[in-house]
Design a binder for this molecule. Structure first.
Ligand SMILES: NC(=O)c1ccc[n+]([C@@H]2O[C@H](COP(=O)([O-])OP(=O)(O)OC[C@H]3O[C@@H](n4cnc5c(N)ncnc54)[C@H](OP(=O)(O)O)[C@@H]3O)[C@@H](O)[C@H]2O)c1
Length: 254
């Protein structure tokens, strides 16, 4: 069974790989044997620290700066990745932001910034790795969706719209690239304790209200995404495509 999940010799590129869920997924992929590109936006120190942690697991790690919303920046980052570690076998699109607020109070900039990172960034990174994956007839793309891509919560228009679109992008690309044996899936995390949710976690009323909606009864630790990302990155999922793997403690069952 071990070999089904073995990522030795593979190269994984994780956007937002320095932080929260991206960092946890970087380390899980490294633990399974993949060399990792830790694509970070602003925090070089965190990316270097994550890379050092990955190297301690016996793989190569390369921290690279990128703004996923910028086409040229994505192209530069990919060129450096390929030069440093080789062609990308596994792309994880974890970079994301969340601007919350009532519809009437949202600035256009909040809406555009969220769509630019979460949706356009995912599109640009998929499009950038596509040609080489198509040429080789293999690849694994893992997008990060959210419960808010399928259920509604007030004050979440930019984020929920972007994540709903990420789910559709995933399905369309899965269909488009199936003939090249490229798997395109998404992970739909529930509530995880990361910086993205700091405001919610710091408000005990909101924190406990959200907790009460989770059948398993607790906010997850980012490390609890590890098994799912390794599954979707490995041979074990070769016939799985266009799927959203919900990792939500049962949230969507109620
Ligand atoms: N935490 C949860 O419960 C949860 C639930 C569902 C979905 N998600 C999704 O999971 C993903 C990771 O979120 P997280 O919770 O791990 O949050 P996080 O700790 O805030 O990580 C987000 C990462 O995205 C990076 N990023 C932001 N803008 C970027 C840009 N323009 N270019 C490149 N990178 C950029 C951030 O870098 P900087 O900080 O340097 O900008 C950071 O590394 C997101 O897509 C989020 O929507 C999270």
């Amino acid at each position: 069974m071990g070999s089904m999940f073995d990522l030795n010799g593979k190269v994984a590129l994780i956007t937002g790989g320095d932080s929260g869920l991206g960092q946890a997924m970087t380390l899980a992929l490294a633990e399974a044997g993949a060399n990792v590109v830790v694509a970070y936006n602003s925090n070089l120190a965190k990316a270097e620290e994550t890379s050092q942690q990955a190297e301690k697991l016996g793989v190569k790690a390369l921290p690279l700066q990128v703004n996923v919303a910028d086409e040229e920046s994505v192209a530069n980052m990919l060129a450096k990745s390929v030069a440093g570690l080789g062609e990308i076998d596994i792309l994880v699109n974890s970079a994301g932001i969340n601007r919350r607020g009532p519809c009437v109070d949202l600035a256009v900039e909040d809406f555009e910034a969220t769509l630019n990172v979460n949706l356009k960034g995912t599109f640009l990174c998929c499009r950038a790795v596509g040609p080489a994956m198509i040429a080789r007839g293999s690849g694994k793309v893992i997008n990060i969706a959210s419960l808010l891509g399928t259920v509604a919560l007030e004050n979440r228009i930019p984020y929920a719209s972007s994540k709903g679109a990420v789910i559709q992008l995933t399905k369309v690309l899965a269909v488009e690239w199936a003939k090249y044996h490229i798997n395109v899936n998404a992970i739909g995390p529930g509530y995880f304790a990361t910086d993205l949710n700091r405001k919610l976690m710091d408000d005990p009323v909101v924190y406990n209200d959200l907790k009460s909606r989770i059948p398993m009864g607790y906010w997850a630790d980012p490390s609890e995404l590890g098994g799912s990302v390794v599954f979707l990155a490995s041979k074990a999922s070769d016939y799985v495509t266009g799927h959203v793997l919900w990792v939500d403690g049962g949230y969507l069952c109620w």
